[in-house]
Design a protein around this ligand. Structure first.
Ligand code: DAK
Length: 257
C-alpha cells in the first residue's frame, strides 16, 4: 500500500485516517480510493478500534475524484474499472465513521463524506456536486444521498448549477451534523470520535446499521429490523454492564461482548 496519499494512526479506540494529496486538494485518485477502502476494512476488523475518524487537510477534505483519471476515459473503460466495488466496501464499513471536514468537499469528496456517519465541518467548509461543470453527473451516489439529505429543491439547485453550499447552508439543509470554529475543526471532530468510542461497540454497530436502514428500507421493514437488533442487544454483556453501571452510578466498562 502507498502510505503517502493516506496517513493513519491509532489513538486509543479511534483510528485516524488523513487524506494526504495537498497539491491536488486531496483529489481522490483510483489507488487512493482502493487503499482507503482496504485500510477502513482493516480497522473495521480490528476489535481495538471502535470508531474511524476520516479527515482531509484544512484547505480541502477532498475536491473530488481525480479528474486526470477520467479525462480521456470512454464509457467502456469506466465500466471496466469497477470503481463501485470500492465504494461498496466503504459503504459496508460497520463501525461509525466520523468525518472531520475543512475546506472543499466536492464531487466524489462530497460523496465520500456522505458515506460517513457524523460530519463535523469547519465554518470555512464548502460543499458541492459540481460534476455538471465537467459534462458529467455525480457517479457515487451524489444525486441520491445528497437529495435524501437536503431535499429535491436544494439538490436540483446544487447539482444542476454546480454551486457550492456554505457550511451554514449545509447545516441548515441537513447535509452535515455540526459546524465548529475553523481553528478547532480537527480537534472538535476528534473529540466527538473519542466520545463515541467510549460506547459499547456492539451497540454502536447496531445503531449505525439501524439508522442507515431508515434511508434504504420501507418504514415497516426498518422498524422490524430495529426491533430485532434491539432484542439481540439484550444477549450482550455490554447491555448488562451498561445498566448495572447506571444503577451503581459509575461509568460503564464496555467489553464488546
Ligand atoms: N482532480 C484533480 N486535480 C484537482 C482537482 C480534482 N478534482 N481539484 C483540484 N485539483 C488541482 C488543480 O488542478 C490544481 O492543480 P495545479 O494546477 O496546481 O497543478 C490544484 O489542485 C489546486 O487547485 P486550484 O488551483 O484550482 O485551486 P482553487 O483554489 O483556485 O480552486 C477548486 C479550488 C476546488 C474550486 C477547484 O480546484 C476545482 O473546481 N476543482 C475541481 C472540483 C470538481 O469539479 N470536483 C468534481 C470532480 S468529478 C465514480 C465515483 C466518483 C466520481 C466519479 C465516478 N464512480 C464510482 C464511477 C467523482 C467524480 C468527481 O468528483
Amino acid at each position: 500500500m502507498d502510505e503517502q496519499h493516506l496517513l493513519h494512526e491509532v489513538e486509543g479506540n479511534v483510528a485516524i485516517i488523513r487524506i494526504n494529496r495537498p497539491k491536488v486538494l486531496n483529489a481522490l485518485s483510483l489507488p487512493l480510493m482502493a487503499d482507503l477502502a482496504t485500510l477502513m476494512e482493516q480497522y473495521d476488523a480490528d476489535d481495538n478500534i471502535h470508531v474511524i475518524l476520516l479527515s482531509g487537510s484544512q484547505r480541502a477534505w477532498a475536491a473530488g475524484a481525480d479528474i486526470g483519471d477520467m479525462a480521456t476515459a470512454s464509457s467502456d473503460e469506466m465500466r471496466k474499472r469497477d470503481q463501485f466495488a470500492i465504494w461498496e466496501q466503504i459503504k459496508n464499513i460497520s463501525k461509525p465513521i466520523v468525518a472531520a471536514v475543512s475546506g472543499f468537499a466536492l464531487g466524489g469528496g462530497c460523496e465520500l463524506m456522505m458515506h460517513c456517519d457524523i460530519i463535523i465541518a469547519s465554518e470555512n467548509a464548502l460543499f458541492g456536486q459540481p460534476e455538471i461543470n465537467l459534462g458529467i453527473i455525480p457517479g457515487a451516489g451524489g444525486t441520491q444521498r445528497f437529495t435524501r439529505a437536503v431535499g429535491k429543491a436544494t439538490a436540483m439547485d446544487v447539482v444542476l448549477s454546480g454551486r457550492f453550499l456554505s457550511a451554514k447552508e449545509a447545516l441548515d439543509f441537513g447535509l452535515i451534523s455540526r459546524i465548529v470554529p475553523k481553528e478547532h475543526w480537527f480537534e472538535s471532530a476528534l473529540h466527538v470520535a473519542r466520545l463515541v468510542a467510549t460506547k459499547g461497540p456492539i451497540a454502536l454497530r447496531a445503531a449505525k446499521a439501524s439508522v442507515l436502514n431508515a434511508e434504504e428500507l420501507p418504514l415497516s421493514d426498518s422498524l422490524a429490523k430495529e426491533r430485532a437488533l434491539f432484542y439481540e442487544l439484550f444477549d450482550t454483556n455490554d447491555q448488562t454492564e451498561g445498566m448495572t453501571a447506571f444503577a451503581e452510578k459509575r461509568r460503564p466498562n464496555f467489553t464488546g461482548t
